[in-house]
Design a protein around this ligand. Structure first.
Ligand SMILES: *[C@@H]1O[C@H](CO)[C@@H](O)[C@H](O)[C@H]1NC(C)=O
Ligand SMILES: *[C@@H]1O[C@H](CO)[C@@H](O)[C@H](O)[C@H]1NC(C)=O
Ligand SMILES: *[C@@H]1O[C@H](CO)[C@@H](O)[C@H](O)[C@H]1NC(C)=O
Ligand SMILES: *[C@@H]1O[C@H](CO)[C@@H](O)[C@H](O)[C@H]1NC(C)=O
Ligand SMILES: *[C@@H]1O[C@H](CO)[C@@H](O)[C@H](O)[C@H]1NC(C)=O
Ligand SMILES: *[C@@H]1O[C@H](CO)[C@@H](O)[C@H](O)[C@H]1NC(C)=O
Ligand SMILES: *[C@@H]1O[C@H](CO)[C@@H](O)[C@H](O)[C@H]1NC(C)=O
Ligand SMILES: *[C@@H]1O[C@H](CO)[C@@H](O)[C@H](O)[C@H]1NC(C)=O
Length: 647
């Protein structure tokens, strides 16, 4: 009995010791006043948090019941991160005493369960940013969290199941500046739901089911996102009050006529891409709106057949215009005042057959995207009229390139306009020129004279005949040259004079020899995949080795034993051959190609041996036969001799 009495207190103290929480929060990280306990399967905060903890990260744990106890009776928090737990209950009034709590993240929990109990979480005394996203909340449920949140400025209700924004939804959170309702199923916004929010500047309603906005009147709003709804109509109120709106995203809707924007506005960014615009009624738009500040306009992926020039008359600040992926067949800018600040025009993937730029228009244009059109004939001086042009995307058209202008001749008779071609000479700022897939047949001499191209893409023009002087003038500027899939069997043009050239793509041609390069070359990457190369010039390879960093060489009928230069490069230099797995060579006639890395010196030395062996074997056989014959002969004579003896 005495023994048991002694044992019992010991047991109790043991149990007590093991229940006491560890002193140094072994698994949580403590950095000054911030405690990080993410992803530790915790049901509550550790008991020995620093007394004045400011930030607690309890995200990705197993918290179910959020109470004073779960938070270890601390109220000093500034920032509480509880996302990705299983919270389905919050002790009412829990946040009342947390007078420093500014940021509260409750996203990815089960707060719909709590809302079903129709209990209010009580005042969010100081909370400025509240995240309730992904909580399965549906219409009306947000009321239990927002009823008393006087300091709230930033609210996220993203990825819930809200179908309606009722008039009184935000009645308890009048300081709101930013509301995100992305990815809900909002069908209806009651009249005046946002009206009392005088500070509201940013509203994200993207990815919902809104079909129309008929009387947009949020004068103070700066950013409105209505992307990915089912909008057919956007009409602002006819008021003449000035709107603060800066950015309006209406992309991916079903809008078929240009939106009726606020008459007086500060709009800078307007995205109406991926809608159903078919035409632009200039009279209607221009008499109602003035888009003086608009700098970005995206109307790509619509069904526009044309855009009247006058549509742009009020857009004096426009910098970026995207009308790609429409059905526009002609585009013309003649008024020098309309597009004076435009830097980028994207007209890719239309049906453009005609393109006209008047003198002195588009003085600031830096990038013109005309890819994927039907352009065949252009005024041959079209691009010379663009003094600031840097990027020209002309791939997938049907253009022809003119020879460089002849030196000014004495008579004007000699100086006739070449027709049916466009000129790329004397465009001083042009640096990036894309001409792939144009069915180009010839590239005349001096095609780019006085144009300091850095990149030239001539790929996918099978049969392209490049004049030997076609690239002259580019000696000191050209860095990238792309000649992929051109069916070139011999390069006439001397690339070694292009002193700045670093990246060359010659893949998928019929090349049997390498272009010549000398020790002055600065080639860093070279793509020779899929050609007809059997041997690689030793001297050229040695010259390249100095600067080359990357070499693509797969799919060529290389000879295994006649490419010492290449083998040396692969085995002994820093050059990377990314497609080395597909670089094969042919070792013996009629044998399967082998991977070039498996080639050894012995393999190549042995190549002469079969004949040698045959010679040896034949010699040996002959010797044996001769020796045999001689021996037999001697033997016979001996026998004769013997016989004569016995006779
Ligand atoms: C949550 O915890 C509090 C205090 O610990 C307790 O009173 C309450 O019953 C719990 N609620 C639920 C739903 O578990
Ligand atoms: C808030 O503080 C008051 C007194 O300061 C205290 O009586 C009350 O229990 C506290 N409530 C919570 C939920 O912490
Ligand atoms: C608002 O909250 C969201 C998520 O809760 C956050 O990503 C964003 O940075 C906050 N914005 C501001 C201005 O506080
Ligand atoms: C609008 O929302 C969509 C979808 O969430 C997003 O992709 C887009 O970037 C937003 N638009 C702007 C202008 O921020
Ligand atoms: C353009 O809008 C005006 C004014 O709303 C209207 O009278 C006219 O019929 C419209 N024109 C076209 C081609 O739709
Ligand atoms: C439209 O073109 C502009 C400029 O080229 C680009 O920045 C933008 O992403 C394009 N819009 C779409 C929807 O791809
Ligand atoms: C032009 O716009 C299209 C979409 O409309 C976009 O995909 C493309 O990247 C843009 N081109 C350039 C060069 O910006
Ligand atoms: C490629 O050139 C060869 C002759 O060198 C010619 O027979 C073949 O038709 C050409 N292929 C194409 C697609 O132009």
């Amino acid at each position: 009995m005495a023994a048991f009495q002694l044992f019992f207190p010991l047991l109790v103290s043991c149990v007590a010791a093991s229940a006491r929480p560890p002193r140094h929060l072994p698994s949580c990280q403590v950095v000054q006043m911030d405690v990080f306990c993410s992803d530790l399967s915790l049901r509550s905060a550790p008991n020995d948090l620093p007394p004045d903890v400011q930030m607690l990260d309890l995200s990705r744990n197993q918290v179910q019941n959020l109470s004073q106890e779960t938070l270890a009776y601390h109220t000093s928090f500034h920032h509480l991160n509880l996302h990705s737990n299983k919270i389905h209950f919050i002790q009412p009034g829990l946040f009342r005493n947390m007078t420093d709590l500014k940021v509260l993240d409750l996203s990815r929990n089960h707060l719909n369960v709590f809302a079903l109990s129709k209990t209010n979480i009580g005042p969010l005394t100081a909370v400025e940013s509240l995240d309730l996203s992904s909580n399965g909340l549906y219409t009306g449920m947000s009321d239990y969290f927002l009823a008393d949140s006087p300091s709230l400025t930033n609210l996220s209700l993203n990825s819930n199941s809200i179908t309606k924004i009722a008039q009184n939804t935000f009645i308890g959170s009048l300081s709101l500046k930013k509301i995100s309702l992305h990815n809900n199923v909002i069908l209806e916004i009651e009249d005046g739901a946002f009206d009392s929010l005088n500070h509201l500047t940013e509203l994200d309603l993207s990815k919902n089911s809104i079909t129309c906005i008929t009387d947009f009147n949020l004068y103070n709003l700066k950013v409105l996102n209505l992307s990915k709804n089912s909008m057919e109509l956007f009409h602002s109120s006819k008021s003449t009050v000035s709107y603060e709106i800066l950015s309006l995203d209406l992309s991916q809707n079903k809008i078929s006529s240009f939106p009726l924007l606020p008459r007086i506005n500060k709009l800078k960014y307007l995205d109406i891409s991926r809608n159903q615009l078919q035409s632009i009624n200039v009279t209607e738009t221009n008499t109602n709106i003035i888009l003086m500040h608009l700098s970005y306009l995206d109307m790509s992926y619509n069904q526009l057949k044309s855009i009247p020039e006058s549509f742009f008359s009020c857009m004096i600040s426009l910098e970026v215009l995207n009308v790609s992926n429409n059905c526009i067949d002609s585009f013309s800018i003649t008024n020098e005042h309309f597009f004076s600040r435009v830097r980028i025009i994207n007209l890719s993937n239309n049906n453009l057959q005609s393109l006209t730029f008047g003198e002195k228009t588009l003085q600031s244009l830096e990038e013109l995207v005309l890819q994927g059109n039907d352009l065949t004939t252009l005024d041959h001086q079209t691009f010379q009229r663009l003094p600031s042009i840097i990027h020209l995307h002309l791939q997938q058209n049907n253009l022809k390139i003119c020879t460089s202008e002849k030196k000014p001749s004495l008579t004007d008779l000699d100086h006739q306009d070449p027709s049916g071609c466009v000129s790329f000479s004397s465009i001083p700022n042009l640096q990036f020129l894309y001409l792939s897939e144009n069915n180009l047949e010839t590239l005349p001499a001096n095609a780019f004279a006085n144009t300091h191209l850095r990149l030239l893409d001539l790929s996918l023009n099978p049969g392209l005949d490049m004049h030997k002087d076609s690239l002259s003038g580019l000696e000191h500027s050209l860095v990238h040259l792309l000649l992929r899939e051109n069916n070139i069997s011999k390069l006439n043009t001397d690339l070694s004079s292009l002193r700045s050239l670093k990246h060359v793509d010659l893949s998928t041609n019929q090349l049997t020899t390498l272009p010549m390069w000398t020790k002055d070359s600065s080639i860093e990457s070279l793509n020779l995949q899929n050609n007809n190369l059997v041997t690689l010039e030793y001297n050229t390879m040695a010259a390249l080795e100095r600067s080359l960093k990357t070499l693509y060489m797969g799919s060529n009928p290389l000879s295994c034993c006649k490419n010492h230069g290449f083998l040396h490069l692969v085995q002994h230099s820093a050059v990377v051959v990314p497609d080395i797995e597909t670089v094969t060579c042919i070792h013996e006639e009629n044998s399967e190609p082998v991977n070039i890395e498996t080639v050894t010196q012995e393999m190549c030395q042995r190549q002469g041996q079969p004949n040698y062996i045959i010679v040896i074997v034949v010699l040996a056989l002959v010797t044996i036969i001769v020796v045999g014959l001689v021996a037999k002969c001697c033997h016979a004579r001996k026998r004769k001799h013997n016989r004569s003896f016995s006779a």
